[in-house]
Ligand binder design. Structure first.
Ligand code: SF4
Ligand code: SF4
Length: 411
């Protein structure tokens, strides 16, 4: 009996990743694969399925990789096929641009998150306003035609535990919307606010887990992160509070385009790994973490990330790759821990400024980085070079010098 003829459009993952390793975009890849579009490729090929985990008290089973609305229209069909079912910042979609690959699925099979910002200023200067938050979500539901948002996420979060105790506007807006069936669950994306006299994210989240209707949170978390964040994730799991890691890939983008780093990575002990895939595996090896947001620019990057989640086991080569990245980041890449910020007499948002540098150097989003930097009320030029911040930086960053570099890049 003859063996079946291979489908010329059906590629295995190894083949895909081999092609993907060229770094080509999804469109270019598709062009090289017999002219298939990304969605046709997704249709024609077996794609690894992402595992799902319980998103804490929301009870939602969400994909280990969170989808984002800024992923290209070319990547999204593939992501849907890989099982991505939770979409961050989905208020950016309206009736016209809501991807067909998602809309064509039963509404209960995917979860849309709406992020709700402070009003009357940026996340440091704006305020909480129940009525305006309520209207924002109500209008988004009407404009998008999605019916409801699964998760109302208070974006950037509270400035302090004291504010979380005293200011009920976010929770009240959520409760009104929930009664009307326009939202289902309440979560928070929490930043550190020690630069304005507030609290650290883990302090605020530790409070919210026990004293509020919040069901889940998103926060900065990366390899080598502070113990308090590791502890928070473990405690959250015990308390059935969902956790999504963000800003996980510090230094990965700049290392990928650094020839010296790439030459080091060519050593045999790293074979089969890269800092990016090792980071994904490291995140997924934490059974307490629900999911991660990982900037995904292309078709091949998505496949690599999905494959890394599926591979799961963190090998010795992956550990070497993570350690190589950690060494590379020393003195170069801010970990966003915010430890330096409390000691700055000028109250400069050092970690925010260095986060914008990441947008430029790791995500290659220079316009976005410049726009965020331009919106700061106090930028790197406010530094008086006192050096008070330096002893607090475990990443050995020369903060004074870096503030100047970042200002030259983004100012
Ligand atoms: S050196 Fe600059 S950034 Fe550091 S504490 Fe002094 S003023 Fe703030
Ligand atoms: S500069 Fe250093 S101390 Fe400040 S946020 Fe970055 S890693 Fe933390």
């Amino acid at each position: 009996m003859n063996s079946p003829q291979p489908n010329p459009h059906r590629l295995n993952r190894r083949h895909f990743l081999r092609v993907g390793a060229t770094g080509a975009t999804g469109v270019a890849l598709a062009a090289g694969l017999g002219g298939l579009t990304a969605s046709a490729f997704a249709e024609a090929n077996e794609i690894p399925r992402l595992p799902r985990r319980r998103y804490g008290r929301t009870g939602l089973q969400i994909s280990a990789l969170v989808g984002a609305t800024d992923w290209s229209a070319d990547v999204i069909p593939l992501a849907v096929k890989a099982g991505v079912n939770y979409w961050h910042k989905s208020q950016r979609w309206n009736k016209e641009n809501f991807p067909a690959a998602i809309r064509s699925q039963p509404r209960e099979s995917y979860h849309l998150e709406i992020t709700v910002d402070r009003v009357g200023g940026d996340h440091m200067h704006g305020h909480i306003d129940e009525e305006q938050h309520y209207q924002f979500v109500k209008n988004a539901v009407a404009r998008s035609g999605v019916g409801y948002y699964d998760v109302f996420k208070f974006h950037f979060g509270y400035h302090s535990v004291a504010e979380a105790k005293a200011e009920p506007g976010v929770v009240r807006a959520f409760e009104r919307l929930q009664k009307e069936g326009l939202v289902k669950h309440l979560a928070i994306s929490q930043h550190h606010y020690n630069n304005i006299g507030g609290d650290m994210a883990f302090e605020i989240l530790n409070y919210l887990m026990d004293h509020s209707p919040f069901e889940a949170a998103q926060f900065f978390y990366t390899y080598g992160d502070r113990k308090e964040t590791q502890d928070l994730i473990a405690l959250a799991k015990q308390k059935d509070f969902g956790t999504i890691a963000m800003k996980t890939m510090g230094g990965v983008g700049r290392a990928a385009s650094d020839k010296k780093f790439q030459a080091l990575l060519a050593e045999p002990k790293f074979t089969g790994s890269t800092p990016g895939t090792a980071m994904v595996k490291w995140l997924m090896n934490n059974p307490n973490l629900t999911a991660a947001v990982i900037a995904t620019k292309s078709f091949d990057q998505l496949l690599e990330n999905v494959s890394a989640v599926k591979a799961a086991t963190l090998g010795l080569n992956d550990r070497h790759a993570l350690d190589l990245l950690a060494g590379y980041n020393k003195g170069l890449t801010c970990l966003l821990c915010s430890d330096c910020v409390t000691s700055c007499p000028e109250h400069i948002g050092i970690a925010d400024i260095f986060r914008y540098e990441r947008y430029a150097l790791d995500y290659h989003e220079l316009d976005r980085a410049r726009a965020e930097y331009a919106a700061l009320t106090k930028n790197g030029t406010a530094c008086v070079a006192c050096g008070d911040c330096l002893p607090n930086c475990s990443a050995d960053i020369n903060i004074l010098a870096k503030l100047k570099q970042v200002h030259n890049l983004l100012g």
